[in-house]
Design a protein around this ligand. Sequence first.
Ligand code: PLP
Length: 395
Amino acid sequence: MINRNFSNLVENYLFAEIESRSAAYRAANPDKTLLKMGIGDWTAPLCPAVTDALRKASSEMGTPDGFRGYGPYQGYGFLREAISGYYAARGTQVAPDDIFVSDGAKSDTGNITDLFSESATVMIADPVYPVYNDTNVMSGRKIIFADANEENGFLPMPDESTRADVIYLCTPNNPCGTAYTRDKLAQWVEFATRTGALLLCDFAYEAYVTDPDLPRSVYEIPGARDCAIEFCSLSKTAGFTGVRCGWTVIPKELTRDGVNLNAMWLRRQSTKFNGVSYIVQRGAAAVFTPAGQAQTGAQVAAFKANAKMIYDAVTSCGIHCEGGRNSPYVWLKCPDGMGSWDFFDLLLNEEQIICTPGAGFGKNGEGYARLSAFSPREVSTEAMRRFTARFGGHC
Ligand code: PLP
C-alpha cells in the first residue's frame, strides 16, 4: 500500500541543522546579531508594476464582469504571450503553445517525473539542487551522478561511457553559481540528440546572466527543441518566492518513444493541476511590461552587485571561489582544508555569519560553502567586512 521508495530518501537535515545551530548560538549570545548569508530567498519587496497589477486584478475579481473561475490549464493566453515575447526580445523562438504556466519551478521539476517510466535512468549533477534527486528517489528510478568539481569548473560535461534517459542540467547553477557557455550547452544538446536522452534544463536563475557567451535559454542552441524541456521561475527574477509563478517550455515537436511530450504534459496538468490564480498571472504578466522589466531588472542588478562584492571579497582573501558573476551564489572552498560544517561553525561562532555548508548539496560539496547575495546590501557588506578581516582580504 505504501510507496516504500520514500524509505530510500536520505533525510536532508541541511536547513534544519543550520537553523538549530543558529538558534543555539542566538540563545547563548542574545546580544549578538547574526548575518544571514545562506538563504536562497529573495529579500526585496515586490516591485510597483507587479503590486499594481495584483491590486487591479484583485478588484476585477470583485466585479460581476471581471470575476474568473477556473482558468485555462496551460495558463492564460495573455501571460503565455508575454513570456513568448520575453524570449523573442532575446531572439529565441518559444511559441505561446509551447509554454505551460505553473506555480513555480520546484513543482514542475518534480512533477515532470510523471512522464517517465520507473525504469528510466536519470542523470543528475553532484552537488545539485536536491529536488531532482529526491523526486526520482520517490519514484524508485535509477540515478547516476555526474561529478561537478574543481577539475570541470563545477560544470559536468557528457561522458561517452555513461548513458541516461533523462539528464537534469541547471544553469546558472544552484549551489555553485557556475553556468554553461553556449558551446558547452551545445555539447549536451548534441549528446542528447545522438543518444536519445531528454534534457531537463532548469533556468530559474537566467535573469542573472549578463555575459553574452552564456545562454539564458536552452532554445538558443540549435536542435534543443527536439531534445529539451526548460523550467523557469519568477521567484529569483521578480521576488515571486511567496507569490508563486513560473513556467515550463515543452516544444510542440518534442517526442520520445513516439509520444508527444507537450500533449502528454497537458494531459498530466489538466488531470492533476488546476492552474495558477488569475490574480497571480496578472502580476506575473506585469513583470514582462517595460516598467516591470525595468523595476525587476534593477532589483536583480542590485543582488548581482552584492554577488560581485562577495566574490571579490572572498577572492581577496586568497580563497578560491566560483559563481558570483552571472549568479546570486558564491561557492567557496573552505580555507585550510576545513570541512563544510566546521567552516559553518567557525563563521557562526567567530563572525556571526550564517553560510550554507556545501556538503548539504551532495558529496562533492564537502569542503565548500555557499554564500548567497540575496541579503540586503548592508547585511552583505557587514558580513564581508568581518569575513575579510578574519581571512586577510579587503572589501
Ligand atoms: N530551481 C532551482 C535551481 C532553485 O534553486 C530553486 C529555488 O531555490 C527552484 C528551482 C525553485 O523555484 P520556485 O520558487 O519557482 O519553485
